[in-house]
Design a protein around this ligand. Structure first.
Ligand code: PMP
Length: 413
């Protein structure tokens, strides 16, 4: 994997921030876009232009072809068995909300239990809490181990007769640990429990095979894998996609309806895609998938883990750097900085790094239940991707060495 060549594909990397070359280490939040993705999006607006699945003219047929080819690209990207299992969404959040509403309304009974854990992103807790209110569905939490990991033993302990759904992130966005989804699915299915997987932080980085995982549902967002914002995928096993009624209704998802309210829906996936879709986004997402496939997920993951290990090596003798997830095999590094016996406020550290041109995330990373477990109100997160280099890590480490109470204004403790 030639990182310098990859960097040339990302025009934004030539930007300066605060007069310093941009060091972008916030890939857990979103990734930068290569020129081929930008071109694919522009190409739709420049040459295609029409809506999908609506027109009886040549340009519209070309859009249909590009749109449905993108579905096949997405199907292959996660090794789904059928293209009908792939519905486009606006991203992971929308996918999880749709799944939570559909399952709560159409499958669960009053007082059934949904199992998740406290390290989850808000997008995989709130939809279940909110969708469950009307039916008094309980959300329960699997106990995390001392590092904040989900273990199969803890899942086993948390399962009881009331549990009907387990919903978990494949990889945690704060700690970067991978949950043992394949084992969880095996255990859950023996007990008739449905498994929903939030793949927002795994799909960009590791090979995804939904057939091997055997999960019932899997969602992800394009923008975290070099694709456009506002588009993503909801995968559901064919039996669920056939059985479930959608959450949204409108144009192109219905085959027929009358004024009395009788409705015949189209087959999956179109029944889940009411209204005009983010067509340029879908086409751009497919371009991003092709781009990543060429690099190879194994290479991507190895590169990120190499950068993380390099970072850990550089900071191992720096007492001021507190690492929360040293053992997570991903490109996510979560840390805080101490100076003169005080822990610096994470946002202030991020602000100081920004003055050096370095972009990291700080705060709670949308996982608002996790700080109680980490015993800190917030952390900094550096998350690496294909275009990051050892030099980026060196700049980060240099910045952390120089972060002090004096240059990071507000102090937490
Ligand atoms: N789940 C996880 C684990 C995430 O990291 C994110 C994005 N931070 C989401 C869900 C939500 O993704 P989106 O904002 O693209 O809907």
């Amino acid at each position: 994997m030639d990182v310098n060549k990859i960097r040339e594909d990302f025009p934004i990397l030539s930007r300066k921030m605060n007069d310093k070359p941009l060091v972008y280490l916030d890939n857990g939040a979103t990734t930068l876009k290569p020129q081929c993705v930008i071109d694919a999006v522009c190409n739709y607006y420049t040459y295609l232009g029409a809506n999908a699945h609506r027109g009886d003219y040549q340009m519209s047929a070309q859009v249909d072809e590009a749109f449905e080819n993108a579905r096949i690209t997405a199907q292959k990207f996660i090794n789904a068995k059928y293209k009908e299992e792939i519905a486009f969404t606006s991203g992971s959040t929308m996918g999880l909300n749709e799944i939570a509403i559909m399952l709560t309304q159409q499958v669960l009974k009053s007082n059934d239990v949904v199992l998740t854990c406290e390290s989850e992103h808000a997008s995989n807790i709130l939809p279940w809490q909110q969708a469950g209110i009307a039916k008094n569905i309980q959300v329960e939490y699997i106990e995390l181990d001392h590092e904040g990991k989900v273990t199969i033993e803890a899942v086993q302990n948390a399962i009881h007769d009331g549990v009907k759904i387990i919903t978990l992130a494949h990889v945690s966005n704060v700690l970067g640990f991978e949950a043992p989804i394949e084992e969880i699915c095996k255990l859950a299915h023996e007990k008739g429990i449905i498994v929903v997987v939030d793949g927002a932080q795994s799909t960009p980085h590791i090979d995804i095979d939904v057939q091997k995982l055997d999960c019932d549902f899997f969602v992800f967002s394009a923008h975290k894998l070099c694709g456009p914002t506002g588009v993503g995928v909801m995968y559901g096993k064919k039996k669920w996609m056939d059985m479930l009624e959608p959450v949204f209704f409108g144009g192109e998802s219905n085959a027929r309806f009358n004024k009395c309210g009788d409705l015949i829906l189209k087959e999956s996936p179109l029944k889940f895609e009411s209204g005009t879709q983010p067509i340029e986004g879908v086409i751009g997402m497919a371009a991003a998938m092709d781009y990543l496939q060429k690099i190879g997920k194994d290479n991507i993951h190895a590169h990120e883990v190499m950068l993380k290990e390099y970072f850990l090596e550089q900071v191992k003798d720096l007492d001021k750097v507190i690492i929360y997830n040293a053992n997570a095999k991903s490109g996510i590094c979560t840390f805080n900085i101490m100076d003169k016996g005080k822990m610096l406020f994470a946002q202030d550290v991020a602000g100081y790094l920004d003055s050096l041109g370095i972009a990291v995330r700080s705060g709670q990373h949308c996982a608002k239940l996790l700080p109680d477990i980490l015993h800190t109100p917030g952390t900094c997160r550096a998350s690496f991707y294909i275009y990051n280099t050892k030099e980026d890590v060196d700049k980060l480490v240099e910045g952390l060495k120089n972060a002090t109470i004096e240059n990071c204004v507000n102090i937490f403790f």
